[in-house]
Write a protein of this length. Structure first.
Length: 234
C-alpha cells in the first residue's frame, strides 16, 4: 500500500494532504524519512511526528449537515470553527470528503476510508451532487440553458454540462435544484455570476441518491450499513 493511502486510511489527511505531510519530512518508515510513493506493509513501523500509527483500521462513516460559518478542514490556522467540531468526541480520526465553502451548508461525508473518499471526489467518477440554490430575482430560460450547456467561470476554466430545474420563483427570489458532476471551487456561485445573478443561499442536499435527512444544521450521525454499501458501489 502506498504511504499516502495508508495515512489517508488513518484519518491523518486526504491523499493529497498526506503527500504534503510526507514532503515535510514528518513521516518515517522503520526509522527512515518517508518519500512520496513509498510502499508500506503491516510489518513496517510507520510514525507521524514521532507517534506510531497502527495498521489496524476501523472504518467510520459520518453524514454531517454542515452549517454556514465553518470550514471543511481538520484544523484551521485562522482559528475558525471546522466541521470536526460538529462530530462526537468519540469518533475516529475521520476527514471531510471534498469541500463545501465557508458560506455553503448541507450534506458532507466524513470518513477514514481513503478508497471511498478518493472515489467520491475523483473527477473521473462523475458522481452527481444535487444542490438547492436561491438567487436574487428571476432568471430566464435562455440564461438557464446557457448555464446548463457550460460556461467559462474563469479564464480558460469551463464548467461541464449540468442539470438545472426551477423549484420556486417569485418577484424577489428564485429557488433551483442544480446537479453537478464536478466540484470546482465555488463553482455554482461563479456560474450564476456569469449570467448576472447573485446566489444568497446554497445547500448540498444529495450525493448520488443519498439524501440529507434527519439532521439539523451542525448535527452529524453515522451512516447506516446500507448507506455505506450504496456509496461504495456508486
Amino acid at each position: 500500500m502506498r504511504i499516502n493511502k495508508f495515512l489517508a486510511e488513518q484519518g491523518v489527511s486526504s491523499r493529497r494532504g498526506s503527500d504534503e505531510i510526507i514532503a515535510e519530512g514528518r513521516v518515517t518508515i522503520n526509522g527512515k524519512t518517508a518519500k512520496p510513493g513509498d510502499e508500506v506493509s503491516p510489518a513496517d513501523v510507520v510514525e507521524l511526528d514521532g507517534k506510531m500509527l497502527s495498521h489496524k483500521v476501523k472504518y467510520e462513516y459520518y453524514m454531517l449537515n454542515k452549517p454556514k460559518g465553518c470550514v471543511c478542514t481538520v484544523k484551521d490556522d485562522k482559528g475558525r470553527k471546522t466541521v470536526m467540531d460538529c462530530l462526537p468526541a468519540s469518533s475516529a480520526r475521520v476527514v471531510p470528503v471534498g469541500r463545501l465553502d465557508y458560506d455553503t451548508e448541507g450534506l458532507l461525508i466524513l470518513t477514514n476510508d481513503g478508497d471511498l473518499a478518493f472515489r467520491l471526489t475523483s473527477p473521473k467518477s462523475e458522481i452527481p451532487k444535487t444542490y438547492l440554490v436561491r438567487i436574487e430575482g428571476g432568471i430566464t430560460e435562455k440564461e438557464l440553458n446557457r448555464l446548463r450547456a457550460g460556461v467559462e467561470i474563469e479564464k480558460g476554466v469551463l464548467t461541464k454540462k449540468c442539470r438545472i430545474r426551477v423549484v420556486e420563483t417569485n418577484k424577489s427570489f428564485t429557488k433551483l435544484n442544480v446537479v453537478l458532476t464536478e466540484g470546482k471551487n465555488r463553482e455554482i456561485r461563479k456560474m450564476f455570476e456569469v449570467v448576472g445573478k447573485h446566489v444568497d443561499f446554497l445547500k448540498r442536499i444529495m450525493i448520488g441518491e443519498l439524501r440529507l435527512t434527519g439532521l439539523d444544521r451542525g448535527q452529524a450521525r453515522k451512516l447506516t450499513q446500507e448507506e455505506v454499501f450504496y456509496l461504495q458501489n456508486l
